[in-house]
Design a protein. Sequence first.
Length: 619
Amino acid sequence: MQPPTGPGYSPHRPAMAPVSDPSSFSSFSRCTTKHLNLTYHVDFDSHVLKGRVALTVEVLEDKFTSLTLDTKDLKISSVTANGQSAKFSLGDKHRFKGSPLEIMLPFELSRGQHVIVEVAYETSPRAFALQWLTPTQTAGKKHPYLFSQCQATHCRTMVPCQDTPSVKHTYYAQVSVPKELVVVMSALRDGQEVDPQECNRIIYRFRQPVPMPSYLIAIVVGALESREIGPRSRVWSEKEYVDQAAFEFSETESMLKTAESLAGPYVWGQYDVLVLPPSFPYGGMENPCLTFATPTLLVRNTNMAVIAHEISHSWTGNLVTNKTWEHFWLNEGHTVYLERMIGRCLESEQFRQFKAMGGWKELQESVNTFGKNNPLTNLVPNLDEVDTDEAFSSVPYEKGFALLYHLEELLGGPEVFMAFVKSYIQLFAYSSVTTEEWKNYLYTYFKDKVDVLKKVDWNGWMHTPGMPPVTPKYDVFSQYLQADLSGFCAADVKTLSSHQLIEFMALLLQEEALPLTHVKRMQEVYDLNSIKNSEIRFRWLRVCVRAHLEEAVPMALKMATEQGRMKFTRPLFKEVYNWDKFRDLAIKTFVENRSAMHPVTAMLVAKDLKVDKSQSTGL
């Protein structure tokens, strides 16, 4: 339930406007889930979760007799309502939204009443939220591994639920796994015991007392170990990575404290970091109490921004949430803004400006990839009949940040605007909001500067495709731009930080392809192929492939397949595919590796390379 007091509570919070969610079938305008009680039996042999979920549902209307939940590829065996058998049916399967689960109650309820709806079910071996890894796909090579990724709309493949960020609920879970494995979830650990049904299994228990949307439910099962890295933080991974991870993420507590100084108290209790196997498709995922991180971060000087970003989501995203995925920029734009304010506090304002400049280049690349007239480059896109996975890009992150930075400049600078962001978080904490609600509060907070706000081209920012109507002028000191390597002197690279070298590579990718002779000379002088930093290596290999350096092709395809972070994997495959000579090799390599990829990664790379299912041996 929404806490009646505490951080973010306000008796004067604006009434939330009713809204529909084009990505959900669930009847959340008629009823809302307040709590989930999950029971899972993890079956590694059949790659399924055998589960039961009890949903505590609050009724929002009179004469209430039915409700609709989101599901996708679930095998439903029974449904009860307050212990009584309930009739149910699965609607037609939608291309990406799954099938609505229609539940008819055996009684009638009135507004304000509650009902406990319990569903017994089994997931599909092909559930998009779940990736099942064989022992050979893990670092230890001895035990299988399971991890989930529910954002944006994949929780419905592992739990029948109201799979919309409009609905927030607490949850409790108990998970039975083989005794040699460990379970962690996006919740507080609540003990463990031998499974009374099977003595060779252990039941792990979890509780999440803070209301959160379904996409933040997360589970990992594997041969995990942990190390303490702060008074409220542990790092988790397979033992092969755990000590390195503890070293890399040792500054977590200082970032948490900095975030609290900017945004208010951290309400989730524990803040752990879990380093996943290489196939994890994202840099990080902000699951409450348990941030997921890609192992590509385990190189010094590359993890700070990602962890600062995921920490920031504890306020912007997890505490205050976009009401639907069309308002995703509210999550990500504010999180990038807060992430860079943390960088400003721990480093300098120039560092923040430098990171913002790099983000602007990422936005330009996304707009170029989608096309400047593509409506998915709107800050607030229309997602009717649009798969959220296919819409995913840096636009909500960087166009959102650019808007907030523009407002910061107009309204009085970083301290003034950060005070607004903190007030916004406190006012809307524990709830989900739309862009219009955010904008209304912006006008209320800056009521003495309404004349300034009226001059903002809101339609140009929110509802117009392409780059923003205003180009920011980032004040980057010269020492951050000493990337003129035209002289090809080996000392050049040694004078650059990893951030500067990343920025230099990004600049090269914005220009026409370099002459092959230049790229060969750069490798000869700088030995860039030996750099382990994933961000630098990824950009350098793209530069090489664009220049038609043949020896870079196998290295690019190796990086594209040895890890599954989509930020790296998709562009590397596309660069090779775009070179006619190696197009077939790109397709062949993908087909051979598809079965080891995360389902979302495989789907999107297949679209990038125009590969249909009949061409793949992985299905």
